[in-house]
Design a protein around this ligand. Structure first.
Ligand code: FPP
Ligand code: MG
Length: 332
């Protein structure tokens, strides 16, 4: 039995959040308070964003890491709100960069308002997050989050240039997913772990980093394996946008010259046909790209598991373990 097959249990985000349910509701309330503005348009965009509330995965990591190592206090609730705020700010900007019309089935800020408003609102949310961080009057969370947001920005820049099939390696890809996804998850765990002092900080940071990489590889795999009715995004959207992810990177060296040429043709076609995208997906599958990406996600997952062995056992640590299964098994 392969490692992937051995992960049979499917866990829901609601079950993972159970040990910190009340605190998470408080984080969402605080989030609403933080973003409030005395300016009608800012408030209108806020209302729109609060309606498309996500899974609150990053605040969940803050709270579970705090609960594992110490206690959740007022400061951890604020940190939960701050990481979600930073996450939402990056998505508002990213949707504008990508010209995406929809996020979580709802119109993006750039689609519903405009690109100008998306840029300004991303800045507004990010700067409010920094104000709240400063108000905590504690240098470590500020140090961690400023490093993370800088890395997120570099990650977005890496993504923008990640379209050259021949020069984008697996190392480049792993650096990219670390910057754009794993860094914030690692930072969320690290600021949460500060509740217990310094003892478990590094282990939880490494856990969050591996979790984030596994999460992003699984996300990129969905683009090859899941149907639109499941993810809300058409299959092959990354290929359509010429985004090179691990399944393709892993399959490429196994392809024959004709197959490789088909991939190269698709990458230069500004409006690729769905049939051509589907053909590439089949080639990637046949050449082992999907299996290889699953295997790499599983390696990150196992490393995340190992990091957790070092932190105190309990309900919160169990939930952190479930986050690993959730990340690599989720369907959307
Ligand atoms: C989503 O990637 C992109 C990110 C999570 C990172 C975006 C970061 C920035 C825009 C930098 C701005 C930073 C601040 C602090 C405002 P994706 O396009 O692969 O994911 P998707 O499919 O969910 O859109
Ligand atoms: Mg995007």
């Amino acid at each position: 039995m392969s490692n992937t097959e051995s992960r049979v249990a499917r866990v829901s985000m609601a079950a993972i959040q159970e040990p910190v349910r009340t605190e998470l509701d408080a984080v969402f309330g605080e989030l609403g308070q933080i973003v409030r503005a005395d300016f009608p348009l800012v408030d209108e965009v806020n209302q729109h964003l609060l309606r498309i509330k996500g899974k609150m995965f990053r605040p969940t990591l803050v709270l579970l890491s705090a609960q594992t190592t110490g206690q959740i206090g007022k400061r951890e609730l604020t940190l939960g709100a701050i990481v979600e705020l930073i996450h939402v700010a990056t998505l508002v900007h990213d949707d504008s960069v990508d010209h995406s019309p929809l996020r979580r089935g709802q119109p993006t800020v750039n689609a519903r308002f405009s690109h100008e408003i998306a840029v300004i609102m991303g800045d507004y949310l990010y700067s409010r997050a920094i104000e709240e961080l400063v108000r905590l009057d504690s240098l470590e969370p500020l140090r961690i989050m400023s490093r993370v947001t800088n890395e997120l920005t570099v990650g977005e820049m890496r993504e923008v240039v990640a379209h050259d099939l021949l020069s984008f390696t697996q190392d480049d890809y792993e650096q990219l997913i670390h910057s754009k996804t794993a860094s914030l998850m690692a930072g969320s765990c690290e600021v949460g772990a500060l509740a217990g002092g310094d003892e478990y900080r590094d282990a939880l940071e490494r856990y969050g980093s591996c979790l984030g990489s596994a999460f992003q590889i699984a996300d990129d795999l969905l683009d090859y394996t899941a149907t639109e009715s499941v993810t809300g995004k058409p299959t092959g959207q990354d290929l359509r946008e010429h985004k090179i992810t691990l399944p393709l990177i892993a399959a490429l060296p196994q392809m024959d010259p004709t197959e490789r040429q088909r991939v190269e043709d698709l990458m230069t076609d500004l409006t690729p046909a769905t049939d051509d995208i589907n053909a590439i997906i089949r080639i990637v599958e046949a050449r082992g790209g999907i299996a290889a990406a699953h295997e790499r996600a599983e390696e990150f997952a196992m490393q995340a598991e190992t990091e957790l062995d070092a932190v105190p056992a309990g309900r919160a640590r169990d939930a952190l373990r479930d986050c690993i299964t959730y990340s690599i098994e989720r369907r959307r």
